[in-house]
Design a protein around this ligand. Structure first.
Ligand SMILES: Cc1cc2nc3c(=O)[nH]c(=O)nc-3n(C[C@H](O)[C@H](O)[C@H](O)COP(=O)(O)OP(=O)(O)OC[C@H]3O[C@@H](n4cnc5c(N)ncnc54)[C@H](O)[C@@H]3O)c2cc1C
Length: 338
């Protein structure tokens, strides 16, 4: 175990924010993790667990230890005629895991292609894209309780998944380290092309026979045309969640703003497109110093080079304030503020 001091986190977050961790270490197994957690350096501050750093914004130096999860390994734990159950180490890159499943014709996560980050963080906010969320393919996960020093298995229900939410962002925030996630994937695919953009991209690609590989490629094409590449322009994907309002609130808003974009969630709520609300407040393409609101998608905040986390955070505060003023709708951040 090597613990480094005063360690730059710039290469470890997709916003490219230049902050330092007082201490930094990595672990490749649960034993490694136990060893580092037993070190006196970790007893004073609860450690910050890091995956790919693609869903967080560092606003200051970390005055404790950052532990990068590098647990690897893929294992088939069981299978039947219809499903295969695969356990994946939390430190595996998510898209590499998607490619492994595509190569083996295991279906269910093709719509989640190209989402940055690691397997271990996927349940944290129940990642989702193009009509699919992790909860749809989730089987169970293993997590290490930092204080009790025990491994616990969490079932689907125990994770309390919601829209970009789970029990690990609420009750168990900073209490567990997710060490592996197991997925239930289909041997016979059920295609999900409910998102219009996928359909039209498949047509553009000239796909005659649908396959999980074709859907994955369509999703990759759409994502690369719409989202900035974080290796070129620092960002953490959607900075805000799409807010939910009651049907009554939605009708009131639509009376005033007939163009407003909303999708039904169940029978009671409407999810508003946060990007549209932000765009109406004229933030799209805004830039102050090196902090900005992406020119092609207002939901994405970007670092043009040397922005500080505080500058990006302040921009997000200003956006939240103006959306609240204009529409009376409070926006919530999707990105974890550190
Ligand atoms: C260009 C771009 C596009 C994106 N598109 C999407 C999208 O379509 N859908 C979507 O849902 N998200 C999207 N995201 C957000 C992000 O990729 C996901 O949330 C991803 O799952 C984060 O993984 P990570 O390993 O980078 O997590 P990190 O950023 O490293 O960590 C996120 C949070 O989880 C905690 N954490 C991480 N790993 C563990 C662990 N093993 N145990 C305990 N806690 C842990 C961290 O402490 C932190 O609080 C996008 C991001 C970018 C940059």
């Amino acid at each position: 175990m090597q613990i480094r001091e005063n360690f730059s986190l710039k290469p470890y977050n997709t916003f490219g924010i230049d902050v330092k961790a007082k201490y930094f270490s990595n672990f490749q197994s649960v034993d490694d993790l136990e060893e580092v957690l037993n070190s006196p350096l970790t007893t004073h501050h609860s450690p910050l667990i890091l995956g790919g750093g693609s869903n967080l914004l560092f606003t200051k130096n970390v005055d404790g230890i950052v532990l990068k999860n590098e647990i690897k390994g893929i294992e088939i734990i069981k299978q039947d005629d219809n499903f295969v159950y695969i356990k994946a180490g939390a430190g595996i890159n998510w898209h590499e895991f998607v490619l492994y499943c595509l190569n083996n014709n295991y279906a269910g996560i093709e719509n989640l292609s190209l989402i940055p980050g690691n397997v271990g963080a996927t349940p944290m906010q129940n990642i989702g894209a193009y009509g699919v969320e992790i909860k749809d393919v989730f089987y169970e996960l293993e997590a290490y309780h930092i204080k009790e020093k025990t491994l616990k298995t969490f079932s689907l229900n125990e994770c309390e998944f919601g829209y970009r939410e789970s029990v690990f962002k609420r009750t168990y925030k900073n209490k567990f380290v997710i060490t592996s996630v197991s997925f239930r994937l289909r041997k016979i695919p059920v295609f999900n092309t409910s998102y219009g953009a996928i359909q039209s991209e498949l047509e553009k690609m000239g796909i005659k026979e649908l396959s999980i590989q074709a859907i994955s490629q369509a999703v990759i094409n759409i994502r690369t045309s719409k989202l900035p590449d974080w290796k070129v322009l620092g960002n953490a994907g959607s900075f805000f969640k799409n807010p939910q309002v009651s049907e009554h609130e939605f009708h009131e808003l639509r009376r005033k703003y007939p163009e407003i974009i909303g999708f039904s969630v169940g029978t009671k709520y409407i999810k508003l497109a946060a990007g549209w609300l932000i765009e109406q407040c004229e933030w799209k393409g805004y830039r102050k110093g090196d902090a900005g609101c992406y020119e092609k998608q207002a939901l994405v905040l970007v670092n043009y080079g040397k922005a500080t986390g505080k500058e990006i955070y302040d921009l997000s505060e200003a956006i939240i304030g103006s959306v609240k003023n204009k529409f009376g709708v409070p926006l919530q951040r999707e990105v974890n503020i550190i």
